[in-house]
Design a protein around this ligand. Structure first.
Ligand SMILES: NC(=O)c1ccc[n+]([C@@H]2O[C@H](COP(=O)([O-])OP(=O)(O)OC[C@H]3O[C@@H](n4cnc5c(N)ncnc54)[C@H](OP(=O)(O)O)[C@@H]3O)[C@@H](O)[C@H]2O)c1
Length: 494
């Protein structure tokens, strides 16, 4: 399913039909139509559960019926329930579906629950338009329905800008304010109840007297955590929660992790061959992946705030590590090097003022006397080249003087621009050390359709070995998808 901006509408192209959602006015949208179109590309295929949900909608959405309200036409999705029921079994939140299967009856209550799911799917699809641009804020999408027709939509598109539900309400108020009191709001995250960069959304919902609010996930932020929902209930608004929560756990995995674990979300990303190698015997690795998987990598770089590599990868590949898609934001690059034997000709060092390159190394005070002075000189040279140096404690897991990744994370967390998320793009040893220090939270594995053989060709993860299969790391919530010539495997570690 592709989304694009067409004239004054956001156009959602499904297999059997299209939905046209009028764009909010420019003051509400806050970004240009061109930028919104780029966002449609940046979100594509990025979240496995959303891609799966889009396929479900593709199978069951057969038509769109419009309600005429003077000059406004409100679209209603017409679903083929039988194919929806079959497809929805893939999703966790299909209690209503199971109930239906048991009873073989469609009563009105079950249909309403199913409609909740379909509207929430749409809100989730819209939430992904903010990808990469909301910094420490979550991705949030919202739609307002009037008699099951879509009256307006909203999404949190930029850090500090309007929240998804506020955009949807203001958008509806602007054109069809009289409908609000008889409308339902579907929102992917619990509305906030505190003043931040934006006023509290629950207050706005109460003021506008919406009849009911359907929420997917409770906001884990301590300032909200159920309080937003309680305020709505106290104002006699009907509230339903936990609709398609499994999608929220995927789409907002970085935001949820930041609040629940109180630290950055760290993901390993590598492309490997069919025989499990990330480079050939000579160290050559361009390219294992096909075009679509390479584009997926750039979308990942837009999603993550920081990107980390080892000195081996920096020297062998001389990468740029930026996002080369229109309107994509590039993550802050960090190179980890104990020896600092890095050529000044490397792209990330030569262009450090533009790329804001950080280099992590061991602080000289931890080195033996003989190594101290030359190390200090290298640090001064790299600083003179414009690199930001992060001086860490040495790793306890190596007899070489390499920086401890745990200490690096701590130093980053107290820096001016603490990471919400770090994409670790190899190589083999840095991944090994990440696993050894128990710091990897997630995995993006791209399996290309190539085979290279060889005895010394690099493995994706070379750290201290785990000797017992019983203690091997496992992926949970694992998904796998085919992208043209590649297979993408993703999941949480542990
Ligand atoms: N296919 C893919 O997705 C992919 C991705 C990335 C890389 N690669 C390939 O992988 C190869 C490079 O892998 P590699 O294992 O040789 O190098 P690497 O993991 O990129 O870098 C290892 C080096 O980083 C430095 N380092 C600093 N702190 C460290 C720490 N805490 N843990 C581990 N290393 C630390 C050390 O160098 P010093 O102390 O000497 O400075 C170490 O030798 C290249 O051939 C590259 O093309 C493939």
């Amino acid at each position: 399913m592709r989304i694009e901006v067409k004239g004054k509408n956001l156009k959602l192209n499904f297999k059997k039909t299209t939905i046209l959602l009028p764009l909010p006015c420019p003051e509400l949208l806050e970004i240009s139509k061109e930028e919104l179109n780029h966002r449609c590309n940046l979100r594509e295929n990025l979240f496995p559960t959303i891609s799966m949900a889009e396929q479900i909608l593709d199978q069951c959405l057969v038509d769109v019926e419009y309600l005429n309200l003077g000059t406004y036409r409100l679209p209603k999705m017409i679903i083929d329930y039988k194919s929806y029921l079959v497809a929805a079994e893939v999703l966790e939140d299909s209690i209503a579906v199971r109930k239906y299967n048991e009873s073989r009856l469609i009563d009105s209550q079950i249909i309403i629950t199913i409609r909740h799911e379909v509207h929430m799917l749409l809100a989730y699809i819209l939430s992904t338009l903010g990808v990469g641009h909301t910094k420490s804020n979550p991705l949030v999408g919202a739609i307002i329905t009037y008699e099951d027709h879509i009256a307006s939509w909203g999404a949190h598109l930029n850090y500090g800008s309007l929240h998804g539900e506020a955009m949807a309400i203001k958008n509806c108020d602007h054109k069809l304010g009289h409908l609000l009191k008889s409308s339902k709001l579907y929102v992917t995250l619990e509305p906030c109840c505190h003043q931040g960069k934006q006023p509290p959304c629950s207050k706005l919902i109460i003021e506008k007297k919406l009849t009911s609010v359907i929420i997917s996930l409770i906001d884990p932020n301590k300032k909200v955590a159920g309080k937003g929902m309680r305020l709505l209930k106290e104002a006699k608004i009907q509230v339903t929660d936990n609709v398609l929560g499994s999608l929220g756990k995927d789409v907002n995995r970085i935001f949820l992790h930041n609040h629940e674990k109180n630290r950055s979300f760290i993901a390993m990303k590598y492309a490997m061959t069919l025989d499990g190698r990330i480079a050939t015997d000579s160290g050559h690795s361009k390219w294992i992946s096909g075009d679509l998987a390479l584009r997926h990598t750039h979308r990942l770089r837009n999603l993550y705030s920081h990107i980390l590599i080892g000195a081996g990868t920096a020297s062998m590949d001389n990468p740029k590590l930026n996002c080369r898609l229109e309107s994509g934001l590039s993550p802050v690059p960090i190179i980890c090097s104990g020896s600092l034997n890095l050529s000044e000709e490397l792209y990330l060092i030569r262009n450090s003022k533009v790329s804001h390159t950080h280099i992590a190394t061991v602080a000289p005070e931890y080195l033996p006397r003989s190594m101290k002075a030359p190390h200090e000189k290298k640090i001064l040279n790299l600083r003179a080249n414009g690199c930001t140096m992060i001086l860490c404690k040495p790793s306890k897991h190596s007899d070489k003087f390499i920086p401890s990744l745990a200490d690096l994370l701590y130093k980053l967390s107290i820096s001016d621009y603490p990471p919400t998320s770090i994409l670790v793009e190899g190589g083999s040893h840095i991944h090994g050390m990440l696993v050894c220090e128990g710091l990897a939270d997630y995995c993006h594995i791209h399996i290309g359709s190539k085979l290279v053989s060889g005895l010394t060709a690099k493995l994706p993860v070379s750290g201290p070995p785990i000797l017992d299969m019983g203690t091997a790391l496992t992926l949970s919530s694992m998904t796998s998808r085919t992208m043209e010539t590649d297979i993408i495997v993703e999941g949480h570690i542990g």
